[in-house]
Design a binder for this molecule. Sequence first.
Ligand SMILES: NC(=O)c1ccc[n+]([C@@H]2O[C@H](COP(=O)([O-])OP(=O)(O)OC[C@H]3O[C@@H](n4cnc5c(N)ncnc54)[C@H](OP(=O)(O)O)[C@@H]3O)[C@@H](O)[C@H]2O)c1
Length: 417
Amino acid sequence: MPSAGITNVADLNVEPGTLPEKMTAWVIREERFGEPTDAFQMEEIEVPEPGPLEVVVRVMAAGVNYNNVWAALGKPVSVFRYHPDEDHHIGGSDASGVVWKVGPGVTRWTPGDEVLIHCNQASYEDPEVHGLDPMAAPSQRIWGYETSWGSFAQFTKVQAQQLIPKPRSLTWEEAASYGLVYFTAYRMLIDQCELQAGHRVLIWGAAGGLGVFATQLCAATGAECVGVVSSDAKGELVMKLGAKGYINRGDFAGMMRKGGETPDEEKARFGESRRFGKAVKEILGDAPDIVFEHVGKATFPTSVFVVKPFGKVVICAGTTGFDLDFDVRYLWMRQKQIIGSHFANAYECYKANELIEQGLIRPVLWRTMGFDGVGEAHQLMRDNKHLGKIAILVGAEKEGLGRTEEGPGAIMAEVGA
Ligand SMILES: NC(=O)c1ccc[n+]([C@@H]2O[C@H](COP(=O)([O-])OP(=O)(O)OC[C@H]3O[C@@H](n4cnc5c(N)ncnc54)[C@H](OP(=O)(O)O)[C@@H]3O)[C@@H](O)[C@H]2O)c1
């Protein structure tokens, strides 16, 4: 439940088209990098003006992502390396909101439009944007992580190409909750791995942000998946989302790669990976064609080992460590592929969002918190106490607002901390 805001951020005394001078925002500064509850502090800060092809959006609700856990910690790199010209970091890479002021050259959007925001930015002038993929552009940045002016504030500044019409059947908090993880999972599975009916898929962290959407994408496509989780309660959620089965990773703790193992320890670890592979096969009927990776160091050797010959391990993160090592013989002899993937381009975001509009994929909300909950929400995520997604109310006065059409809405993930 949203708690009483420290500042009433839902109150505004300006109409669309006009910006106030100041706004309330959650700000990370270099000198207080550390645990999210310390690093995030509420401050009053100037409201940015939109530049050419930019839009300032009034944030109605924001979504919480792991990237601003990294931003708070200052690890593995300081976010100020990405945006050295600003001494503040306003994080937040997901939002729903109302277009408030448009900059020169914007023709597609007008003040008052209801939108959600995808988090990829790239310069219009980079040739990659116009022929290869905006994700390949040298100017490519994740808004609200590699840039400031993210969504944990009353107003956010974005590029016009980041806006997507808000699905009418969703509340503000539902619409704010899914973009970053869902669009990432969509590119990983649909475009990078060409997911098809009949494919078998192994999904690490299947009850987490990326995982709940990877699981639903498999179910919607007619692929079969097994989700790895750390509790039976999370397993139940994964089954509800359409998985064929789940595996509690606590039953295979010995397969996790720590690094620096002795040859005997490595042999024992490999034995556990083999046992895990058998459990995966038992559920799916065969080895997975695709392994959905983001855990990194701890699980990667197992991922490369268990994926089927000619199969694909698609990876977008290394939460447990970036220095991956694995026995490469299993890669070349069995002609497997490792595919790196990062967020999505605007077209993929639009296509993925159509599945939300059609109710084929649904947001998975664990908790909606008031604006004062930003630090706490990131701490819950850092401590792995959450499931699915956490949303933050900003301009929306309470939960349940913003829906203008009937629809299935979000799946509520009801277990956890
Ligand atoms: N490159 C991109 O575009 C992109 C996009 C989105 C996210 N990411 C990154 O991807 C990672 C995951 O993001 P998320 O939003 O899904 O986070 P999340 O909601 O925290 O989910 C991650 C899941 O991973 C599992 N996990 C955590 N530690 C593990 C371990 N040691 N071994 C096995 N599983 C473990 C947890 O599930 P169980 O405890 O139930 O196993 C957790 O639910 C983060 O590092 C994030 O920054 C990258």
